[in-house]
Each structure stands twice: as C-alpha cells, then as structure tokens.
Design a protein around this ligand. Structure first.
Ligand code: ADE
Ligand code: ZN
Length: 327
C-alpha cells in the first residue's frame, strides 16, 4: 500500500504537542550532565524502561521529573530545536507548541529564560526550516487559579512570543470551571484559548470548556462520543478535536489502536486531526501516529488522510493567507 508514504509526505499541521514531552531520554541525560543535575535513573535505557504508564497521572509524574534538567535558556532552545527539525522532516509545515511555564518557574527558573529559549527556536524554524511555529502557554490545572493568574502576569512582558493559552495536567477533579476567570482575562488580552477536555474527564468537562472558557479547540475530546447532543454541537460548530492516538493507548484511554474511536469521530463529521501529544514518552512522532493508526484501522484510507490534514490546517491559528496557501 502507498498509504504510509501518503501519510508521511502530505503537508500537515501539528496542534497538540507539549514541547516538554518531546524531550528524548538521550537529551535528558545530555542536559543533566551539562547542568550537573543528578537523575534518579542510571542510564538512558533505565529511564526509558520507566515509561510504562497506567493512566495520565502516572505519566505526568515522570514527565515533570524529566523536565527537571531544563535550567538555562540554551536548554529550552535545544529541546524546541530538536522537535522542530523532526517536524520539518515529517512535512509538518505549521506547529503550535504547548509549554508549561509553571513546571519551570516552580523550580526557580525565571519565565523569561523559558520563553526566550523557546521563542528563539520558533523564530529560527521559520527562517531555516520553513516551518511556521508558534507557542501556546499552558496553565497546570492541578495548581490554583491564583497561580495561573500569577503565571499570566509574569508572562505578559513576553506577550508577543505566544499566541494563546491552554489548560493541561491532571484532568480529573480539576474541571475547566476552576479557570473561568483566568481564561476570561486571557480572551480580553486577545489570546487564543484552548483546553484539554474529555481525555480522562467526562463529556461535562467538554461542555464547560466550551461554555465557560470559550475554548476554540478541544484537546483530545475523545470522550465526546458518550454524549450524542455534544457530538451534534461539536460537529455543527466545526469545533476542532486535537486527537492523539498513541498517547491514548499509552495512557490506557483505549485498550488498543484497533479500538480507537478516530473513525467514529470522522464519521460523525467532527473536525478531528491526529497529533503526537508527548512523542518522546508515547513511542512516536506525528507520522508514526498516523501510520500506526491507519495500519490498525482498515476503515481509514486516503480520503481520511486528506481529511485529517485539511482539518489540521482549518483548526490552526495561522493567519488566513497562510491557511489558503496550505489548503
Ligand atoms: N501534559 C502533557 N501531556 C498531557 C496530556 N496528554 N494531558 C494532560 N496534560 C498533559
Ligand atoms: Zn496534551
């Protein structure tokens, strides 16, 4: 079949990628050495062997530990540059990267060190790789509303370097409603707003993300199928769902790729596309997500491949002229 080649070569956008989740074990060890950080793992192999997750929280514990090697501006640059080079090689022409400032500021890393390093890689990707990239600042939902407001305030001097805000980390017990006022302020500031919802959390969290946060996309959103009225609403409004198949398997949201609901989401007319979430932890970047998902689900073919790529551009925050060029 020529399907894998089509999936890999077609131009596409990546809209759900946590840059800290692109940190490969090899780079974690290199940065640990460079910064004099001692890791609780003896080797790259020992670290990789710990990547056996049972749910979202078991992953987040290791993901935050991995990020502990990021201290200097150059570390943030190197991490983002490594991802953007991979993205270019995968024919990703546009990438919107999530970053988690609180993971770093809570360890004493100044927010300007984080943003400067990432923004430098984003800028260089445009000129040297021909990839249009942008940053989306995520609030950690297991932390307080006050902490999110503090992070927003601290980031505002670097407002030109991020296009929007997101909401990530432990979903269950931390509904979107907790951040209604923070997101209202972000919208006043002209920032795009997105939120993780319906990954582990119930359809009610997707309703809250729409009604209370006015989220412009739903990150994951795969549990929407439990609520037919919600599916209607999402389809009628062309609300994008940034679906991450390998992530869903590694975090036990679905038992297997063959049982993933991506075909049902597309059949329902939803604006879904495939993304990689945390590729260094979940076993593959965007093209591998596509190839493995299509291999496991024979009802997916060239038509769906084209639909996913088209949806990825439609759902992006690129300007209209850029979108017209891709679509
Ligand atoms: N942070 C990084 N990856 C995440 C995910 N899949 N869900 C919630 N928070 C995250
Ligand atoms: Zn995510």
């Amino acid at each position: 079949s020529r399907l894998p080649a089509l999936l890999c070569t077609m131009p596409k956008a990546e809209l759900h990628l946590h840059i800290e989740g692109s940190l490969e074990p090899e780079l974690i060890f290199r940065l640990a050495e460079r910064n004099g950080v001692t890791l609780p793992y003896a080797s790259v192999e020992a670290l990789r062997a710990a990547y056996a997750f049972t749910d979202l929280q078991s992953f987040l514990d290791i993901y935050y530990a991995g990020a502990s090697v990021l201290l200097q501006e150059a570390d943030f640059f190197d991490m983002a540059w490594a991802y953007l080079e991979k993205a270019a090689a995968e024919n990703i022409v546009h990438a919107e990267l999530f970053f988690d400032p609180q993971t770093h500021t809570d360890r004493g890393v100044p927010i300007d060190v984080v943003i400067r390093g990432l923004a430098r890689a984003v800028e260089r990707a445009r000129t040297e790789l021909g990839v249009s990239a942008a940053l989306i600042l995520c609030f950690l939902r297991h932390l307080s509303e006050a902490a999110a407001f503090g992070t927003l305030e601290a980031a505002l001097p670097w407002r030109e370097h991020f296009i929007g805000v997101g909401l990530d980390s432990s979903e269950l017990g931390h509904p979107p409603s907790k951040f209604e006022r923070v997101f209202a302020r972000c919208r006043e500031l002209g920032l795009h707003v997105v939120a993780h919802a319906g990954e582990e959390g119930p359809p009610a969290y997707i309703h809250e993300a729409l009604d209370l946060l006015h989220s412009e996309r739903i990150d994951h959103g795969v549990r929407c199928l439990e609520d037919p009225a919600l599916v209607q609403r999402l389809a009628a409004s062309r609300m994008p769902l940034t679906v991450c198949p390998l992530s869903n398997i590694k975090l036990c949201v679905f038992d297997s790729l063959a049982g993933h609901n991506l075909p049902a989401l597309l059949d329902a007319g939803l604006c879904a596309m495939v993304n990689s979430d945390d590729p260094a932890y979940f076993g593959g970047y965007l093209n591998q997500n596509l190839v493995e998902t299509f291999a496991a689900l024979p009802q997916l073919g060239a038509r769906q491949a084209w639909q996913l790529a088209s949806n990825s551009f439609e759902a992006s925050f690129a300007d209209a002229a850029e979108k017209a060029r891709w679509q």
